[in-house]
Structure formats: structure tokens, C-alpha cells
Design a binder for this molecule. Structure first.
Ligand code: NDP
Ligand code: GDR
Length: 365
């Protein structure tokens, strides 16, 4: 029988990969997208289907995690077999600037969805996936971090996600719902948001290589992250909801790298070797061949409280779900660099054509 899934955050990185995966599995996929003054469906345009077509399997609904009545209406209309709650203000640094909004969308938004399932009498029908995060671990208590490692959130984002994690556990226990948390470590891709560090690096290194940008400004180069590929992680989300019982799982690669190392790999992709000079805010990445400074530290990107080290233990997901992160760190950087070299060159060409056209004298029409 055809299954129906509802994805909040369908226009985001993970939403796009997950929608693609579920469509390939034959699901009817419903996605919640926000109203925006400019197009925000770029990541799912390639799978968009005209709603007038009777065979359409992807359906979009306007919605917002801060609007309960809207969420109740969508859940009622779709009556999904599975809900993947991926919508969130997901930028850690931005959460220090918008803490209240982040709590509303990420914490209370999760509660709103769980309540919708309960109010509509769907607790025995609808399985619920919550996009929990390795940011919950925050200040290092134990490495590698696993399902039993204590949480210590270090940002308004992580504190909001902590509520979302526990309210998901509580609804599972209180109402016998199939509600599970995926505690996902960082996962990236060529469609990662441009302000997350990996994509910021691969875009800037591409632009520097193409002669469009002089240098890359970054914050904490010493932070260590367990970086995987988003395509692998959405497969894990799906497996979590197909499991025989609701539970919480870490999805991670089990490897960790510094931000500095990510920068080195990205430059190596375009045959640039960096020498590091100075320390702390004065640290610079210098091109070994030309002596040009290509990377500098800007303290504006430092966070009031930082998460210094993340490395996950995915053993439970491997044993119970048969899930492993397939893509290596090196392959991830290669995929992102290959894609951004093309994207950045294309954008530069569009800008050149636009500028050329704006210099043309207007015809007397
Ligand atoms: P993105 O930032 O790429 O996508 C977030 C999505 O949520 C977008 O579709 C965005 O819409 C939507 N959204 C934001 N606020 C609201 C709102 N108030 N109402 C409705 N929709 C909203 O995140 P990712 O795809 O990377 O991550 C998906 C989820 O997984 C997030 O919850 C994130 O916190 C979590 N997570 C991510 C990890 C990662 O490494 N990527 C790791 C662990 C957890 P719009 O496109 O309009 O902005
Ligand atoms: P993170 O991702 O905070 O781990 O959250 P991000 O890529 O923003 O930062 C990773 C690390 O890089 C350091 N850093 C910088 N970060 C950004 N964004 N910009 C910079 O210029 C920069 N310089 C250094 C950061 O300080 C940090 O240590 C991501 C999000 O997807 C969350 O939603 C998700 O929950 C977690 O991953 C797991």
C-alpha cells in the first residue's frame, strides 16, 4: 500500500534529499514550505510536479512551525503515516541573535506537531521523526558521544532542540506514540546552506580559485566536527521510522576533523597548499606558492559559547538499523568542491551578462 509522508522543512537541505528518497520509494510526499518574498524552492524544483497532474506525488502546503492552527489543518488534511519534523531555525550562531524565535520554531513548533497528532486521534497511525542534533552534547562530557551521553547545550538553538528531544520522548511514553529522535551529527552536501562553515569554505575556495574573491574570513578554526553526507543521513532517518519500535539513534561517521583541516582539503582540491602562520585571531592561511594570505580569522564569527569537539558513535544505528555513513570525508569535500566550482563560475557569468546588458543603451521602444 502507498505510504504518505509529511515533511516539515522540505525546502531545506535534508528536506530536499528526503523528499527525493521517499518519492523513489513510491511514497506520496507532502511538504510544508514557508511563504517567502522570493523563491525558496530551489532545492526541490527538480522534483516539483504540477499539482494539476493526477499522478503528482509531491504536494506542497504553506505552513509555519509557529502557527498551531495551520499545522493542525495540514496534519488533518494529509493524515500521514510518517511525519519528518525537519523544519527549524537551524543556524547555531543566528540563534544567539534570535533566541526567542528559535525557541518558538524549534522547541514549541515540535510540541505543536505532536499535539496535532494527539488532538486528531492519529497517535496509533502516524509515526513521528524528530530532527535532533549532536549540538545537544555541547560541552564535552564523553567521547565518542552516544545515545547515553549526557546533554549540555551551549546555544539557544541547542537548548530549544533539547526541549524538542525530550517532548518527543515524553509523547512516546505518555501516549504510546511511535515518536523517535535521530541525533544527527553534522551532515553537508552541495546544497548545504551557504552560511554553514563547510559550504562557506567550498564557495569561497572556488571563488578564490576563479579569481573572483581575494580571501576567506572564518571564526574558530580549531572546532572539530563529525562531518558526513546528507544523502546518507536521510536514509538513516527513514530507517529510524521503519524500525520495529520507536527509539533514539545517533547517526554519525565516527571520525572528526578540524575546520582548519576542511579548509586545507578544499584548497588542495584546486592544487593550493596552505601554510598556517600566527595563532588565535592572528592566524592566517598563506598560499605556499605565492605567499598571498587566503584565509584570515574574523572574531565576529566566534560564538559566545562554542561546541569544541563532536565525534559520534554510530554503533547502535549500525547494529539495529543496518545504517552506516557511506561517504568519506574526502569524498564529501570533493563533491562539494566539484559542485561549487561550477556554481560559482555560472553565477559569475550571469553577473557579467547582467552588467553588460545594463551598459547597453536602451532602445527607443
Ligand atoms: P536547513 O536550514 O537547510 O532547513 C531548514 C528548513 O526549515 C527549511 O526548509 C526552512 O525553510 C524551514 N523552516 C525554518 N523555520 C521554519 C518555520 N518557522 N516554519 C516552517 N519551516 C521553517 O536545515 P537542514 O536541512 O540542514 O536540517 C534539517 C533539520 O535537521 C533541522 O531541524 C536542523 O536543525 C536539524 N539538524 C541538521 C543537521 C545538519 O548537519 N544539517 C544535524 C542535526 C540536526 P526556508 O527554506 O524557507 O528557510
Ligand atoms: P554547527 O555548523 O554550528 O556545527 O551546526 P556550522 O557549520 O555553522 O559551524 C561548524 C563549526 O565551524 C565553526 N566556524 C564557523 N561556522 C560558521 N557558520 N561560519 C564561520 O565563518 C565559521 N568559522 C568557524 C563554528 O564556530 C563551529 O564550531 C550545524 C547546523 O546544521 C545545526 O542545525 C546542526 O544541529 C549541527 O550542525 C549538528
Amino acid at each position: 500500500m502507498t505510504k504518505t509522508a509529511l515533511i516539515t522543512g522540505v525546502t531545506g537541505q535534508d528536506g530536499a534529499y528526503l523528499a527525493e528518497l521517499l518519492l523513489a520509494k513510491g511514497y506520496q510526499v507532502h511538504g510544508v514550505k514557508r511563504r517567502s518574498s522570493s523563491f525558496n524552492t530551489g532545492r526541490i524544483d527538480h522534483i516539483y510536479q504540477d499539482p494539476h497532474e493526477s499522478a503528482a506525488k509531491l504536494h506542497l502546503h504553506y505552513g509555519d512551525m509557529t502557527d498551531s492552527t495551520n499545522l493542525i489543518r495540514i496534519v488533518q488534511e494529509v493524515a500521514p503515516d510518517e511525519i519528518y519534523n525537519l523544519a527549524a531555525q537551524s543556524h547555531v550562531q543566528v540563534s544567539f541573535d534570535t533566541p526567542e524565535y528559535t525557541a518558538n520554531a524549534d522547541a514549541i513548533g515540535t510540541l505543536r506537531l505532536l499535539e496535532a497528532i494527539k488532538i486528531l486521534g492519529l497517535t496509533q497511525k502516524t509515526r513521528f521523526y524528530q530532527a535532533s542534533t549532536s549540538e545537544l552534547y555541547g560541552l564535552v562530557q564523553e567521547v565518542p558521544q552516544r545515545e547515553t551521553t549526557p546533554f549540555y547545550p551551549r546555544s539557544p538553538y541547542a537548548a530549544a532542540k533539547l526541549y524538542a528531544y525530550w517532548i518527543t520522548v515524553n509523547y512516546r511514553e505518555a501516549y504510546d506514540m511511535f515518536a523517535s529522535n535521530g541525533i544527527l551529527f553534522n551532515h553537508e552536501s552541495p546544497i548545504r546552506g551557504e552560511t554553514f562553515v563547510t559550504r562557506k569554505i567550498t564557495r569561497a575556495v572556488s571563488a578564490i580559485h576563479l579569481g573572483i574573491q581575494e580571501k576567506l574570513w572564518l571564526g574558530n578554526l580549531d572546532a572539530k566536527r563529525d562531518w558526513g553526507h546528507a544523502r546518507d543521513y536521510v536514509e538513516g532517518m527513514w530507517r529510524i521510522l521503519q524500525h520495529e519500535r520507536a527509539d533514539d539513534f545517533v547517526l554519525a561517521t565516527g571520525q572528526t576533523q578540524t575546520v582548519r583541516h576542511f579548509v586545507e582539503r578544499a584548497f588542495a582540491h584546486v592544487d593550493i597548499t596552505l601554510d598556517w602562520q600566527g595563532t588565535g585571531v592572528d592566524e592566517r592561511g598563506v598560499c605556499a606558492k605565492t605567499g598571498k594570505v587566503l584565509v584570515e580569522v574574523d572574531p565576529r564569527y566566534f560564538r559566545p559559547t562554542e561546541v569544541e569537539l563532536l565525534i559520534g558513535d554510530p554503533a547502535k544505528a549500525k547494529a539495529e538499523l543496518g545504517w552506516v555513513a557511506e561517504t568519506s570525508f574526502e569524498q564529501l569535500v570533493t563533491d562539494m568542491m566539484d559542485a561549487d566550482l561550477k556554481t560559482v563560475a555560472r553565477e559569475a557569468e550571469h553577473r557579467r551578462v547582467d552588467e553588460e546588458q545594463s551598459l547597453q543603451p536602451r532602445s527607443a521602444a
